[in-house]
Design a protein around this ligand. Structure first.
Ligand code: NAG
Ligand code: ZN
Length: 523
């Protein structure tokens, strides 16, 4: 027993030092975290810098022009340019839409600065010539087609009526994506009418089959530009929008500019067993084996990758606008990414930010109640996080299912799109940011990841700067209107869209970005 006493106190002494050391480490971590939180860069560096002067033709619309503009927009909504499948489009409506464009924007079609061509019968490509050919052109994209809509689904107004209710215009395509088609051309129409001539040339591409992959419209427009060896400074398409009250804990509305899109894969799972009579079943049926595989996929989601893609930039850019506990964590993702990720994973809408999602969308097996089916099949649709690839996701699925009897075939798929730069030297991102803040000074601008896919993915060989944004004002529940029921846009929002494109086009006339004098943080 003797000697135990001093030995014990020695251990205690060491423990004390270890404890103190741990405390020191924790304290310094905390101090660093606190300093980061307090010194939150508002990321205004370039906004305060001196920008080269460009044209500033304001819109200053008369009441008559306002009405005219809304009338044209409503006409566009009333044409049912529906894409049902890649081979089933309403071509009558698409033709009618082409005529509407000519009628609605006579100055665009008559201007000597504008060249127009029809591509793949129903898509449109415009080239607006700049006075300084040495400036790299940019491109604005939008699409003419819409997804189907039926009044019987519960619309408050018929989906192709463009009916006005409480200052909102209702109709399929009001948010996706005729507000951009008409908004871009309307801005150009007014600018040309006021004698504007751009310094930097630009293209406008209007696809006609985006909702069914853009393999005819966008793909052919992109191919045409590639054949002409066009290089673009940047490209802007639909995608993300202004979120107002949608992100919990965020103080005020934010504009999210999509800098990439998730990838996608559709995987077919199949199990083939010997057919037989249901009176002498084996222990496991094809359906049972497949059901177990599907269950394992749902029970074991793909790994949490929050913080490893540009979603990290979203939180860091918005950090100063979050209220307290989130502000502390969002500005210290180096420490808190796992916690924030777990929190986001609680809801399906935000879970999609944190990982590759797995959705079982079809399940088929069996033809008769007393026959054991020899084949059972299921389809799984995956949306791939920026830090994953199709190959990695397939491997992970095989590992999770862990059953050789379940065959997996990749039906179609593509990797996540490259991440476009959102640094202070990125021309496209900074021009967009400035234009957003010029029109909507109350917004905070941040990069984001687009969960859905757009026509812009066909243009990735023309530029590294692909951005996805339109100033659609989305309040809680509005995102569900896109491809859902009661799609609508406020009249004010549509007018603002025209104002935004008008400002953007003129801002693009700067030759280069100003020098940043903030010198801080580049996320
Ligand atoms: C196609 O569009 C035309 C109008 O452009 C419309 O009259 C017709 O009903 C549409 N067809 C379908 C199947 O919706
Ligand atoms: Zn769309």
């Amino acid at each position: 027993m003797a000697g135990a006493g001093p030995k014990k106190s020695k251990v205690f002494r060491y423990l004390k030092y270890i404890f103190l050391a741990v405390l020191c480490v924790l304290l310094s971590l905390f101090t660093v975290a606190l300093l980061r939180t307090l010194s939150l860069n508002v990321n205004v560096g370039l906004q305060l810098a001196h920008w080269e002067e460009t044209n500033h033709i304001g819109l200053d619309l008369s009441q008559r022009q306002r009405e005219e503009m809304l009338t044209r927009f409503k006409e566009a909504i009333r044409i049912p340019t529906v894409s049902y499948s890649p081979t089933d489009l309403n071509t009558t409506a698409l033709r009618e839409f082409s005529s509407l464009l000519r009628k609605a924007f006579p100055t665009v079609f008559a201007s000597s600065l504008v060249q127009h061509e029809v591509v793949a019968e129903y898509s449109h490509l415009f080239w607006v010539q700049g006075s300084q050919p040495d400036l790299l052109p940019y491109m604005l994209l939008a699409h003419i087609d819409v997804v189907p809509a039926s009044e019987s689904d519960g619309w408050e107004a018929p989906p192709f009526s463009a009916k006005e209710i409480d200052d909102f215009i209702y109709g399929r395509g009001t948010l996706d994506n005729k507000e951009c088609v008409m908004g871009i051309l309307q801005a150009l129409e007014y600018l040309l009418l006021r004698g504007y001539a751009p310094r930097r040339g630009f293209y406008i591409g209007l696809g006609h089959d985006e909702e069914v992959s853009g393999f005819n419209g966008a793909m052919n427009v992109a191919r045409l530009l590639e054949q002409r060896h066009v290089q673009l400074s940047f490209l802007l398409d639909e995608g993300l929008l202004v979120v107002d009250g949608v992100l919990k804990g965020l103080d005020g509305p934010a504009a999210l500019i999509g800098v990439t899109e998730k990838g996608m894969a559709t995987v077919k799972l199949s199990v083939i067993t010997a057919p037989g009579h249901s009176s002498m079943p084996p222990r496991e049926s094809s359906i049972g084996i497949l059901a177990a595989a599907v269950k394992r996929l749902e029970d074991n989601p793909m790994p949490m990758l929050f913080g490893q893609g540009p979603e990290r930039g979203t939180f860091e850019h918005l950090a100063h606008k979050f209220n307290f506990p989130l502000r502390f964590m969002a500005s210290n993702l180096w420490l808190f990414a796992p916690i924030v990720g777990r929190f986001l994973a609680l809801k399906p809408e935000t879970n999609a930010i944190t990982r590759t999602t797995t959705a079982v969308t079809m399940f088929n097996g069996g033809v008769k109640y007393n026959i054991l089916p020899s084949v059972a099949e299921a389809y799984v649709n995956l949306r791939i996080h920026s830090a994953h690839s199709v190959r990695e996701v397939m491997d992970l699925m095989e590992w999770t299912v862990g059953d050789q009897r379940v065959r997996m075939d990749l039906v179609e798929g593509f990797d996540p799109l490259p991440v476009s730069s959102y640094s202070e030297t990125s021309f496209g991102f900074q021009i967009l940011k400035k234009s957003i803040l010029d029109v909507f000074p109350q917004l905070t601008v941040a990069p984001g990841v687009c969960m859905a896919n757009t026509d812009s993915r066909h243009y990735k060989d023309l530029t590294t700067g692909v951005y996805r944004f339109a100033p659609i004002w989305a309040k809680p529940g509005d995102a569900q209107r896109i491809h859902g029921i009661n799609e609508r846009i406020s009249k004010k929002n549509y007018e603002d869209m025209v104002g935004f494109y008008s400002t953007l086009i003129q801002n693009c006339d700067v030759r280069t970005l100003p020098e940043s004098h903030s010198g801080v943080h580049e996320f």
